[in-house]
Design a protein around this ligand. Sequence first.
Ligand code: URP
Ligand code: ZN
Ligand code: ZN
Length: 478
Amino acid sequence: MAVLIQGGRLVTATSASNADVLCERGVITRIERSIDPRGVTLPPGERLEVVDARGRLVFPGFIDPHVHVYLPFMGTFAKDDWASASRAALVGGTTTLIEMICPGKGDEPLAAYETWAGKAAGRSFCDYSFHMGVTRWDALAEKQLREIVTGRGIRSLKVFLAYKGALGVDDRELYHALKLARELGIVVTAHCENETLIAEKQEELLASGRTGPEWHEPSRPARVEALGVEHLAAFAQATGAEVYVVHTSCRDALDSARAARARGVRMHVETVAPYLTLDSTFAERGTPAAVDKGEGTFPAFEGAKYVMSPPIRDRQHQEALWKALADGTIDCVGTDHAPFDFKGQKEMGRGDFTKIPNGIPSVEHRVDLMHTFGVRTGRIDLHRFVDALSTRPARIFGLKGKGDLFVGADADIVVYDPEHRSTISASTHHMRTDYSAWEGWEIRGRSETVLLRGEIVVRGGVLKVRDGDARGRLTPRQ
Ligand code: URP
Ligand code: ZN
Ligand code: ZN
């Protein structure tokens, strides 16, 4: 089927114009001030569908550069699979996901790659790629990592400077991963914290009876994250590698990234939707102190819903993040979608906050949250919005044909109604988790029509994909 999007306002990272867009054979074939459907010639038997986009914004499909779908972690597994996560992504306007492959320390990289890729293949309704996690360094691992990059086209790595004894790398492993990346001309994404400081702090807090979710943030304060960024920067400088700091949560880490860049370190910065919209009072929910401070009455342990790492910070950091997003210090906004139920999963950490599975389900709502609390409040303009949620992730990670609207680009397109009103709720979301971190929040804006490589996958805000017809594919990388 061919699709003509008529009468919308096209917005990219750098331009805005009133134009029609014709999509044929999965790509954009024409962008013109006005395209008459009667003048469109199609192959015999092919139909032209016209989408009325008057009063709507037309964006390139959004890209989430940081999600977890298959995630064995902290003694349990994340709740979504590729079918549920990709459906949730599409209905929220995200047409491409990049998932973190997180092998265990003893796992062989190629086997891990095949496991993760096998979970997405034939099951994903949106396009996807991966960041290949490095959790060990030896001759076999190096050989297999080279094969994953050059043979499978996975042109980014992931390291954790956290999760001591589990996913975390030591300095030798970090050094060699960066050296390899430099040699192959690829980016290394990194979770930046100081794992030793965290482990010591956790032990002290637990020993003194501070066991609730509200102690998660004090166990890994802002300086601990900044130290992780500084550590990564020193290694990036020593090796000449290009690095990408994932899920930056605080002013301190931003300052460290700015200082590194000023020294010539090639460092990209990502933040994620939870840090821009939630603050540390959420993890305090359900404590007597929160009630005393007038923050509302919630069931005990409610704060576990908001435990992720790095932690959700005090509100002052949120404003620093918005400013850094507006001025381009922050390149990209992802989600770090890491979906665990409250019942049975977050609850594993009752009585010991270090056992609460880290992560917040979020892949569905990033675009609408950023539109509501970023664009509509004037904190960022529409161009930065498109840039941070689509164009820069595509450029940094070499997603061919994605992240922009031009003739020849993949026809991944979002027709967005900026006035639509809705309320987020776990009872209506498409993610598999039993809660939403934004339950009851009023949202302005909706991805009304979504195209994935020219096929309409969301119409009137409703998913139109059929079970067994998962068309998502591994996106080629440059
Ligand atoms: O809390 C988080 N961020 N969970 C997912 C794993 C990670 O660190 O990205
Ligand atoms: Zn992380
Ligand atoms: Zn993550």
